[in-house]
Design a protein around this ligand. Structure first.
Ligand code: 5RP
Length: 238
């Protein structure tokens, strides 16, 4: 499979740079989800065929299926206390490593896997790096039961942070809502520039119907940025 667009070439470049920078024998890796991560997992499969000895924990059923297809050995999250690193994409990331994730509806598993990783590396094409996050609607995973009530509670939190009356969409629509790998709904919250991501993030988990949210703050340690010309750079966060 060859990348078709400049953005795909940049994603592939990020995946290759991550392989070149981080991989060595014996690593236990969190395998991210989304197209950038999929380029990474494909490239990882090639390295495994050449003899690299690694194993990964997938962050979605799609990544699990791809890893099996390309021959990356898998581990179960249940059986792993700690991972050496996780390599995963992002929908937006700022220069401090604050991310919006969940465009592929995998944010819950992604956050669980990142949580037990000693290092989290975000792999992105250069179009994802922004001054302030929030242009990409923030995905929030909620349980289907009473999701409109959860939406109202979310609105109260948003209002406290100066985001009043912003559009919130049930992903997939009422007729056919998207279900996550855990059987939940996703609410896409169009906040515009997020005023205070560091303080906003912990507020969501106080709402009972919220399962997890796509604001990843204080999680990424490094960013690998891919460019369409095939080059990649690593940004280490303090
Ligand atoms: C999935 C994610 C992805 O990492 C994010 O959506 C980026 O995807 P892509 O690499 O396809 O642009 O968070 O839940």
């Amino acid at each position: 499979m060859e990348p078709q667009t400049p953005q795909d070439r940049a994603k592939l470049a990020a995946g290759h740079k991550a392989i070149e920078t981080y991989l060595r024998n014996g690593l236990r890796i969190g395998l991210g989800s989304g197209t950038t991560s999929h380029w990474f997992v494909r490239a990882l499969g090639e390295k495994v065929k050449e003899g690299l000895d690694v194993a990964g924990v997938p962050t979605s059923t799609a990544t699990r299926e791809l890893a099996i297809k390309v021959g990356v050995p898998l581990l179960e999250l249940n059986d792993v206390e700690e991972l050496d690193l996780t390599i995963d994409g992002a929908d937006e990331i700022d220069r401090h490593g604050r991310m919006i994730k969940g465009g592929g509806a995998c944010l819950l598993w992604e956050k669980m896997v990142a949580r037990i990783s000693r290092r989290m590396v975000a792999v992105v094409d250069d179009g994802k790096v922004v001054e302030h996050i929030g242009r990409f609607p923030l995905p929030i995973e909620v349980i289907p039961y009473g999701w409109r009530s959860t939406e109202r509670e979310l609105r109260k939190v948003f209002a406290r942070f100066g985001h009043e009356g912003m559009p919130i969409r049930l992903r997939g629509g009422l007729e056919k809502p998207v279900l996550t790998d855990s059987g939940n709904y996703i609410l896409d919250c169009d906040l515009g520039r997020i005023n205070d991501p560091d303080h906003l993030a912990p507020c969501f988990n106080e709402i009972p119907g919220v399962v997890e949210h796509g604001l990843f703050v204080g999680i990424a340690n490094e960013i690998v940025i891919g460019h369409a010309d095939g080059s990649g750079e690593v940004l280490r966060l303090s």
